[in-house]
Design a protein around this ligand. Structure first.
Ligand SMILES: C[S@@+](CC[C@H](N)C(=O)[O-])C[C@H]1O[C@@H](n2cnc3c(N)ncnc32)[C@H](O)[C@@H]1O
Length: 211
């Protein structure tokens, strides 16, 4: 019997757009696990985030494109601790922990793994489970970013760097203002690989303000 499961006739518009996306094709050809890798790569090339020897905490790591890129940049020197609520296939030189970041027990486990050694870089590419309903997704995104900010302030070295993805909309200005109060500099970044119609943006903060 003929199978039409993979014919373009049966693909959703999203899946067709995904398959046609040049970043998806390039990531596949270059061996990266996600197209998202090009967002971090662009920000890293512009802002010089990652250097060998760093301790990096990565929140929302699966399927592992950013983990691969960070490991590649650390080049065997440094440490990467990556967390996701979903399982993730092993990435060499990456210590992966599975758990829901919104659970206090998971945050405690993460801190235990760091065992008091300050991080140089905390990155979060976490997305809430997108429902497509702005009234639900927007607060979900801000909530995850706020939690990531709180942890970053606790675990970062005073000259550390924090990169967080967030959706622009209600709560964004308050988050930005909060970050500006806590860090010496805060910039927004919209990498080319981030789809222009997406409200996602990355906030890049450097240097924790000393009281
Ligand atoms: C856009 S993906 C990250 C892609 C990744 N940067 C890459 O390059 O492969 C966002 C991830 O955030 C994770 N996530 C969302 N909410 C989370 C939570 N509460 N705790 C941990 N991970 C979460 C999702 O499971 C998802 O894998």
């Amino acid at each position: 019997m003929a199978r039409h499961k993979h014919s373009s006739r049966h693909r959703s518009a999203w899946m067709q757009e995904h398959l046609d996306d040049p970043h998806v094709k390039r990531a596949k050809a270059e061996g990266w696990r996600s197209r998202a890798v090009y967002k971090l790569k662009e920000i890293d090339e512009k802002d010089r985030l990652i250097r060998p020897g760093m301790q990096v905490l990565e929140l929302g790591a699966a399927p592992g494109g950013w983990s691969q890129y960070i490991a590649h940049r650390l080049n065997g020197r440094g440490r990467i601790i990556a967390l996701d609520i979903l399982p993730m296939d092993h990435v060499p030189d990456v210590e992966f922990m599975q758990g829901d970041f919104t659970e206090q027990a998971v945050e405690r486990r993460l801190k235990g793994v760091l065992s008091g050694n300050p991080c140089d870089l905390v990155v979060s590419d976490m997305n809430p489970n997108m429902s497509g309903v702005k009234a639900v997704d927007q607060p979900g995104s801000i909530y995850l970013a706020e939690l990531a900010l709180q942890l970053a302030l606790e675990v970062l070295h005073f000259r550390g760097i924090f990169l967080v993805k967030v959706l622009q909309g209600e709560g964004f200005d308050t988050l930005m203002a909060d970050m500006k109060r806590r860090f010496d500099s805060v910039r927004s970044r919209k990498p080319q690989a981030s789809r222009s119609r997406s409200r996602e943006i990355y906030l890049l903060a450097k240097g924790i303000r000393q009281a």
